[in-house]
Design a protein around this ligand. Structure first.
Ligand code: CIR
Length: 257
């Protein structure tokens, strides 16, 4: 059992999800009712792992608002509200700020900085930040200014071929990352790494909760690799959210409460 409690802020799927931002995928029809059912199952998976879920109401006119991860970076000391790289997503931040305000002091990234939370991977006291189409140098520099007083390092990492750093790499256990080496150099993180199965390039996105990882169910070969390493995998079907270029980390902001 962990000695702290974990809270996840999530947000219900928007009826306009079909008009989401897309960068690497062709648009394909999204079944919003199915997306909602899958998202509820994701919230139940979090709850089954002892996480308290605070679910925000749908934002009907903000297609990507379910992907709350992109709006905030939270540490023990403060919550940094981002300025998402996609203009259409900037209006998502205010309501997440209100949800975070009872828990943390708030800081904000201002123009011209841009940064998506999906580009931010924390390993110990280091925040690795993807240099992506969404996150620019000003965003990385400003995050460093905000976090370095608390002893954190912030390091920019090049990525290619994917939307966010956490499309390419996530932490699955202390000192262990799950990575797609075609999209990011695994040596950048000073950690042991497990590679995704080459047939499953999008399988590097896993959401660690203590000694378990929530992982998209369709990536069966990569799941087998994780299980061979002794990790407990909780598979969730997120097929409709994946059509919107989302996955499992992006649907929550985790807070140590
Ligand atoms: C976007 O392009 O912004 C959304 N359609 C998907 C965002 C996914 N976010 C994430 O992985 N952190």
């Amino acid at each position: 059992m962990r000695s702290h409690s974990l809270l996840a802020i999530t947000r219900a799927v928007s009826r306009s999800l079909g008009r989401c931002e897309l960068t690497h995928l062709e648009r394909s029809p999204i079944d919003v009712d199915l997306a909602r059912a899958q998202h509820r199952a994701y919230e139940e998976a979090l709850a089954s792992l002892g996480v308290r879920v605070v679910s925000l109401p749908e934002e009907p006119d903000l297609p990507d608002a379910v992907f709350v991860e992109d709006t905030a970076v939270v540490t023990a000391e403060l919550a940094v509200l981002t300025r998402p790289g996609a203009e259409s997503r900037r209006a998502e931040v205010g309501s997440v700020a209100r949800a975070l305000a009872p828990h943390r002091r708030l800081a904000r990234l201002e123009a011209p900085a841009t940064l998506d939370g999906g580009d931010v991977l924390r390993l110990g006291k280091t925040f690795f930040v993807g240099r992506s189409g969404r996150t620019g140098e000003e965003g990385i520099d400003r995050l460093r200014e905000l976090l370095s007083p608390f002893g954190y390092a912030v390091e920019g990492v090049p990525i290619t071929g994917c939307l966010h750093l956490k499309s390419a790499v996530t932490c699955v256990a202390d000192g262990v990352v799950l990575v797609n080496p075609a999209w990011v150099d695994p040596r950048a993180f000073g950690a042991r790494w497990i590679e995704v199965d080459p047939a499953e390039p999008a399988a590097a996105n896993a959401l660690r909760i203590d000694d378990a990882v929530i992982h998209a169910a369709r990536h069966e070969r990569t799941r087998a690799r994780l299980e061979r390493e002794g990790l407990r995998v909780v598979p969730v079907d997120v097929s409709e959210l994946e059509k919107a270029e989302g996955a499992v980390t992006c649907c929550s902001v985790l807070i140590d409460a």
